[in-house]
Design a protein around this ligand. Structure first.
Ligand code: ADP
Length: 647
């Protein structure tokens, strides 16, 4: 049944055909909608009009034209996500149904939110515009009073929507093509590959596509697009293509692999949409080459593995190994070197490849020095290859270098990140070692206290024995002195137990060896009054005051085990200081010379002692990266030798 209103429209045949013709001449959707509004106003009275188009690719609805006629307000064009609950228009589009509402105040009748057009409209009609079974837009008329519209009004709006929809479709497609055509030059020179596929064949491609595929345009045009897709991605892309052509859902944007002329895989970020091309459905696509990005992502993934691995390594040596392995594996670089630069000499710590250079090279060009002082990497040509040298901080203010060499060094910025991470881990290990060291010092100090107390107790018990035989006031004084000293030691022990590790870790300072030995002897002298000491030579080392305890133990032992005189010789050797304590005591049997440095080992079990003194001494020396051993003294006694590196 044709409604009387529509009949009326046909009565004015010329008016109607003129209206349709004028629509095709309009360029913008907004003006087409305005013309539709004016045409409808000839037959229906309404207060507001709304015209929107749908973008299915984006799932958007664009309100091209919304007007409050009585107030003469035209609203700005606006796109919102397409959703059936947000607006009545959205509901119409999603449900593909016309909507007729007598009174919007009756909330129950409203399937979605009412969009205010300046003021609430009570009567509402919305009609979907179909083109080839797809909703491409909506037309809506609205009135301030409830119950304004009749079913006839609805039929007329529907009729207008049906007759104008094809024009909209042409407009929409034209706009898309205009995008392609008008910006022809831009598209030709675009950074992304742009093309059109029709019947699975490439019918248009821009210049960038030549770059992406490595083929000339005439080698591409007319070919099935799948030929350029990586075999593993063909099935998926064909599926997307078919769906898109059919107007079904297919992702707007995705990453896929393609194959270029040389058979290499290229990664592309694809955007595709359905368009009309020469009157037929086609797919317009753009591809951005993300191969480099993709490779980058792969590198980052590998690097992450390296980071995790490094994080669990506890040994400096291993950290370097993991670093070198990772550099070789991730970047396919065969030559890696880790070195330390000192006094214009590069000393190789570790290397892979680099077999042409000696363990130490004079940095005559000062290049390594520069890398370190400027804290910036250097990239240079080197014997027909290229080399990248990166500074690596291993401790606050102390820098090593890492060098990689090859015909080509890709992604230097990533290598730098790897080197940074190496640095962080070496620092971590150093810190850990220091912490361990501090813990050891703490333990050592506790042992020392026990040891010192033991010595004092033996002094006291010695005097007590003497007192039993005869009362001598001097003995009591000695006992009082010893007790006072033991109080000091106990106080020190209490302090140790309370101090945290960092504070116990004594400062490293410049030490005058002779002076420290003299100070140690002062303490020894208290209990060995007639002892003699002769000191020859002197040296300065970087160390802790703890060394005094080491010297004390050696001197104290010497007199305790029978020496009348100790000859101390301090020698400055290359890179180390050697201190020899020669005594004329009882001597140490050959088979015991290593044993006596162990905990609780004693030879002379008659004398008082705990067998800890030399063990502590050895620990202190080792803390200074030094060595201690005992040799035979001629004609009698022992020589305790301490060797400490100067750097
Ligand atoms: P302690 O002196 O408490 O027994 P030490 O660790 O200081 O423990 O010494 C271990 C052992 O080495 C001593 O018991 C002693 O027999 C022997 N000894 C240490 N120094 C000398 C020395 N200068 N001459 C002879 N024997 C020594």
């Amino acid at each position: 049944m044709v409604s009387s209103l529509i009949e009326k429209v046909f009565e004015d045949k010329e008016g109607f055909s003129e209206f349709i013709c004028s629509l095709t001449q309009e360029e913008h959707e907004e003006s087409i909608f305005r013309k539709i509004q004016n045409f409808l106003l000839k037959f229906i009275k309404f207060d507001a009009f709304l015209g929107a188009v749908v973008n299915w690719d984006m799932e958007w609805i664009t309100f091209e034209y919304i007007v409050n006629i009585s107030k003469n307000i035209i609203y700005e064009r606006e796109s919102i996500p397409l959703n059936e609950k947000d607006t009545l228009s959205g509901w119409v589009v999603k449900n593909r149904k016309s909507l007729y509402i007598e009174d919007t105040k009756k909330k129950k009748e409203l399937p979605a939110n009412l969009r205010l057009v300046g003021e609430p409209m009570r009567s509402w009609i919305g009609v979907p515009m179909f083109f080839k079974d797809q909703v491409i837009g909506i037309i809506s008329i609205q009135a301030l009073k409830p119950g304004t519209f009749s079913m006839e009004d609805l039929s007329l709006v529907r009729f207008i929507a049906d007759t104008t929809a094809p024009i909209f479709n042409v407009k929409i497609v034209e706009n898309e093509l205009r995008l392609v055509k008008q910006k022809d030059e831009m598209i030709e020179n675009a950074l992304s590959s742009i093309g059109i596929i029709q019947d699975k064949k490439l019918v248009y491609v821009n210049k960038q596509t030549e770059e992406f595929t490595g083929l000339k345009k005439n080698e591409i045009i007319g070919k099935n697009f799948l030929e350029f897709v990586h075999p593993d991605d063909r099935e998926l892309l064909l599926k997307y293509h078919i769906k898109r052509v059919q107007g079904a859902y297919a992702p707007k944007e995705y990453i896929a692999r393609f194959i270029n002329k040389n058979g290499e895989t290229r990664w592309g970020m694809v955007r595709a949409k359905k368009i009309m091309w020469n009157g037929k459905v086609a797919i317009l696509f753009t591809i951005i080459d993300v191969s480099t990005l993709k490779r980058y992502a792969d590198y980052l993934r590998d690097m992450e593995k390296y980071f995790t691995k490094l994080g669990s390594v506890k040994d400096e040596n291993e950290v370097y190994e993991v670093f070198m392995d990772s550099i070789q594996q991730i970047f396919d670089i065969s030559e890696v070197l880790i070195g330390v630069v000192k006094n214009d000499i590069l000393k190789v710590i570790k290397r892979r490849g680099y077999s042409d250079i000696p363990a130490e090279i004079v940095d005559d060009s000062g290049e390594f020095e520069m890398v370190i002082s400027k804290k910036t990497p250097r990239y240079r040509e080197y014997n027909g290859k290229v080399e990248y040298i990166v500074p690596v901080e291993v401790e606050e203010g102390i820098w090593n270098i890492v060098a990689v060499r090859g015909n080509h060094i890709p992604h230097r910025e990533l290598i730098r990140v790897m080197a940074d991470y190496l640095s962080r881990n070496i620092k971590r290990i150093h810190l850990y070692r220091k912490l361990e060291e501090s813990r050891n010092i703490q333990r050592l100090m506790i042992h020392m206290v026990t040891h010192d107390l033991q010595n004092i107790l033996s002094v006291i018990s010695g005097y007590a024995e003497l007192l039993k035989e005869r009362y001598i006031g001097e003995y009591v004084e000695e006992i009082e002195k010893a007790l006072k000293k033991s109080e000091e030691i106990i106080a020190r022990a209490r302090l140790f137990s309370r101090l945290d590790i960092d504070r116990i870790d004594e400062k490293i300072e410049e030490i005058d060896v002779r002076e420290l030995i003299e100070r140690a002897y002062d303490d020894v002298k208290a209990s060995h009054k007639n002892s003699v000491i002769k000191i020859h030579g002197n040296a300065k080392i970087k160390g802790r005051c703890l060394l005094r305890n080491a010297f004390y133990n050696i001197l104290h032992n010497a007199y305790k085990y029978g020496a009348t005189e100790v000859n101390v010789k301090i020698e400055n050797l290359v890179g180390r200081v050697m201190i020899k304590f020669a005594d004329n005591a009882s001597g140490i049997p050959k088979n015991m010379r290593d044993e006596i440095f162990k905990k609780y080992v004693r030879i002379d079990t008659e004398s008082s002692g705990m067998g800890l003194g030399l063990w502590i001494t050895k620990k202190i020396v080792e803390l200074h990266h030094g060595k201690i051993w005992v040799e035979e003294n001629k004609p009698k006694g022992s020589v305790f030798v301490i060797e400490i590196p100067t750097s």
